[in-house]
Design a protein around this ligand. Structure first.
Ligand SMILES: *Cc1c(COP(=O)(O)O)cnc(C)c1O
Length: 379
């Protein structure tokens, strides 16, 4: 059955005003301490992922009595927080991740920004954080990227990673939703997410710990889900694994996702499966893009519960031919091994994973036709 558009997919297809019209909505506070040319050169010639930051950040504040105020692009720098700031105690926080790409002609673009804007607000509803209007979101992205344009790298595989986030900034130790929030966007010039390039990752299938459970926050992009994933990740790392795959919390038999990436399974008949959005899975923009791309190419994609036992059996008898994980940071990464207490199987490399990676990145970089209208010009 063909994929029915989700609310996020519908919201992300709304028209967006031109960037020239949005520029200036967040007022620029000019920095008097831009990074020196030497620091700039050093950073840009040695790009990691999320280790260095740009000159500016976007910032707005929400008060219960006035809504969002003081929308600025200001010099990047530390925040002064009272030790009683609510987020430090109860974790009321949500975030997003998207990228600014430099096309071959020097222009700067981003990919489906309204998906991130809509998802920020969807996550916010779950964590009782006030919504940010889509126009404010877009103004913050346009304003920041224009101020930080020199930080959008030109190298192959590199981009300016953008991290919008909102947190409870009221100082108050009682347990309730805060009456004050900060929204920020920081920017980090970044190279490829995985240091070793397009190399299959080895994945530990976790049966004891879960990142999210029924009625929890699994489909919200919030730090708490990451906090719960770290202990199993540390243990898996010690055993030589790159990532952890989480199973459903109720039965520990079906695949949810990795700590921060959605999962796809490629079958020998050419069809593709991915876990259905069951409330515990983050509805990834990359996941959504892959489903729409594959269906437009006539590939059958089913969103269904996927039993880990069936995947292991399928890998042994050849009906499962490839597996990959996807997310904005790494785009698409092949899974090369799946192991747990009671199995350890190799996942073959195949053409579908690389093909999808190429198709998505070619659209993002303006090298393939953007038939879905996913690219948005920032500058
Ligand atoms: C962000 C995220 C993803 C991937 O989402 P994209 O929109 O594709 O970047 C997947 N799982 C989790 C838990 C995430 O936080």
């Amino acid at each position: 059955m063909a994929h029915e558009l989700t609310e996020l997919e519908r919201e992300s297809a709304e028209p967006i005003p031109d960037a020239d019209e949005l520029a200036g909505g967040f007022e620029l506070v000019v920095s008097d301490h831009l990074k020196s040319d030497a620091d700039y050169q050093a950073q840009m010639s040695n790009l990691g992922f999320g280790v260095d930051y740009s000159d500016y950040m976007a910032h707005a504040t929400w008060h219960a009595d006035g809504g969002w105020t003081r929308k600025v692009i200001e010099p990047y720098g530390p925040l002064a927080l009272d030790p009683g700031t609510a987020v430090l105690h109860y974790g009321q926080e949500i975030f997003e991740g998207l990228k600014a790409y430099r096309h071959d002609d020097g222009s700067i673009w981003t990919f489906r920004p309204l998906y991130n804007s809509a998802r920020l607000n969807r996550s916010g509803r779950r964590l009782a954080i006030p919504a940010l209007p889509a126009r404010d979101f877009m103004e913050s992205i346009v304003g920041l990227v224009r101020a930080d344009a020199r930080w959008v790298p030109q190298q192959e595989g590199a981009s300016l990673y953008l991290r919008p986030f909102t947190f409870a900034s009221e100082s108050f130790l009682g347990v309730r939703a805060a009456s004050r929030y900060e929204y920020l966007v920081m920017a980090s010039p970044s190279g490829p997410y995985f240091e070793h390039g397009f190399q299959p990752i080895e994945v530990w299938v976790e049966k004891t710990y879960h990142r999210a459970g029924p009625g929890g926050m699994g489909d919200a992009k919030t730090g708490g889900n990451y906090a719960s994933s770290l202990l199993p990740k540390v243990t898996a790392h010690d055993e030589g694994f790159d990532e952890v795959m989480f199973l459903d919390a109720r039965t520990a038999t079906t695949i949810d996702e990795l700590g921060g990436m959605n999962v796809f399974v490629v079958m020998s008949d050419g069809s593709v499966k991915t876990p259905a959005l069951n409330g515990n899975i983050l509805p990834g923009c990359t996941r959504s893009s892959i489903i729409q791309l594959l269906e437009s190419e006539g590939v059958s994609v089913s969103e269904v519960p996927i039993a880990i036992a069936d995947v292991v059996a399928g890998l042994k008898n050849g009906t499962v031919t490839e597996m990959f994980a996807c997310g904005t940071a790494a785009v698409v990464t092949a899974i090369g091994r799946l192991a747990s207490d009671d199995f350890d199987v190799t996942v073959p490399a195949g053409p579908m994973t690389k093909r999808i990676y190429d198709e998505i990145t070619n659209i993002q970089l303006g090298r393939a036709e953007d038939k879905f209208g996913w690219c948005y010009r920032l500058a």
